[in-house]
Design a protein around this ligand. Structure first.
Ligand code: GLN
Length: 379
């Protein structure tokens, strides 16, 4: 059969999680917490399930939830989004990213992504008939080289995908980055797809520079956020996209035929929880910074070297003092022979540099991090 995605295999997250399970390794690969969501949220979900909120909710998401989202966006980013025309609830950030790409990218259009790039962008672009233009982030701190971007922008460029805080590196973009992006896209038909699913995981007093804070950029942007990350409930696959009315209208044309809508009882529960417990999201930076600090402290005397992550729930480490294996082989070895699973970086590149970096996920109970660190410190 002719494949539409001939070069795409199974995502590295599934590969590594499966391997971790098969070999009984501690899973610090795929990004998901091993602790649960807030008990009150679970209570609300079961309440609405039993309250029979089990039929199709509105295509755009229930109004109560969109209202809470708009209030949150105003509070955090100072932007009064119109909940009816600019906010859409989706089945995961993954769906929102896909919808935004399908809504704007046509055959032959170019989309700029920054490598290492989250692995769902490329296939979405390919399925739209677009061409992915890969620009490597500058090492060692994974910054965008705006001169390279300027060189690659042309009349076929339709979209630029940014991701801050950045998976897998933990880098965060600055206000200066946003100003430069606005300048480079000014007076062109270029949309920005801003993957901000880790909006609440910014450390050391850093600020999350959402495109929604930026008056000029937000007029051309799809901003994507995920409840999965914010509420420690990645399995619920509930998220949202904020975009100007004209972009949202096109986005919804796709959304209505990809999923149409998302589980109703979870939408009701999250709407209530956002109203009842706004402090949950506000406490997340400190909560995850403490996890990062615990993990970094636990592996400080190991032979891994690292700079503490600035955002996300991932920590990159350099293993060059331990092994000269390529990253994917070292990740397999670590999982199968040593009992800790991690994510290699090469699958996130078109042309991977020779690097000896692995990504560990630290959104785990301290006991999990301690057990993993005991092994890592012996390598
Ligand atoms: N985003 C998660 C990660 O980076 C994985 C998501 C997935 O498995 N699709 O680990």
């Amino acid at each position: 059969m002719r494949s539409k995605l001939p070069d795409i295999g199974t995502t590295i997250f599934t590969v590594m999680s499966r391997m971790a399970q098969e070999y009984g390794a501690i899973n610090l690969s795929q990004g998901f917490p091993d602790f649960d969501c807030p008990p009150r949220l679970r209570e609300l979900v079961s309440f609405y399930l039993n309250d029979r909120k089990n039929q199709y909710p509105p295509m755009t998401g229930i109004p109560q939830l969109r209202e809470q989202i708009a209030a949150k966006v105003l509070d955090l980013y100072g932007f009064a989004a119109d909940m009816d025309q600019e906010v859409t609830v989706t089945s995961g950030g993954t769906e929102a990213l896909f919808d935004a790409i399908q809504a704007t990218v046509s055959r032959g259009d170019e989309v700029i992504v920054f490598d290492p790039a989250y692995d769902s962008y490329g296939p979405g672009i390919a399925l739209a008939g677009g061409v992915t233009v890969h620009i490597p982030l500058s090492l060692p701190d994974f910054r965008i080289d705006w001169n390279l971007v300027k060189e690659r922008i042309n009349e076929r460029t339709r979209m630029i995908i940014i991701n801050t805080p950045h998976n897998p590196s933990g880098a965060i973009m600055s206000r200066q980055d946003m100003d430069t992006l606005a300048e480079l896209t000014r007076n062109r038909e270029i949309y920005v797809l801003s993957d901000e699913v880790y909006e609440h995981m910014v450390f050391d007093g850093g600020v999350h520079e959402s495109v929604l804070r930026h008056e000029e950029l937000r007029q051309r942007s799809f901003a994507v956020f995920s409840f999965g990350k914010t509420y420690h409930a990645t399995g619920w696959k509930l998220a949202y996209c904020v975009a100007p009315a004209a972009l949202t209208a096109e986005f919804r044309k796709v959304h209505q035929f990809v999923t149409f809508t998302s589980p109703s009882f979870i939408q009701y529960a999250i709407a209530d929880f956002m109203r009842e417990c706004p402090e949950h999201a506000k406490e997340l930076p400190a909560f995850y910074q403490a996890k990062r600090d615990t993990f970094c402290r636990l592996i400080k005397d190991s032979r891994f070297t690292f700079t503490p992550s600035r955002g996300t729930y991932f920590q990159l480490v350099d293993y060059s003092a331990i092994s000269s294996l390529p990253d994917a082989e070292f990740a397999n070895h670590l999982t199968q022979k040593k009992g800790v699973a991690a994510i290699p970086l090469s699958p996130f590149y078109e042309k991977a540099p020779k690097s000896t970096l692995l990504r560990f996920c630290f959104c785990k109970d301290d006991s999990t991090l301690e057990a993993a660190a005991q092994i890592l410190c012996k390598l």
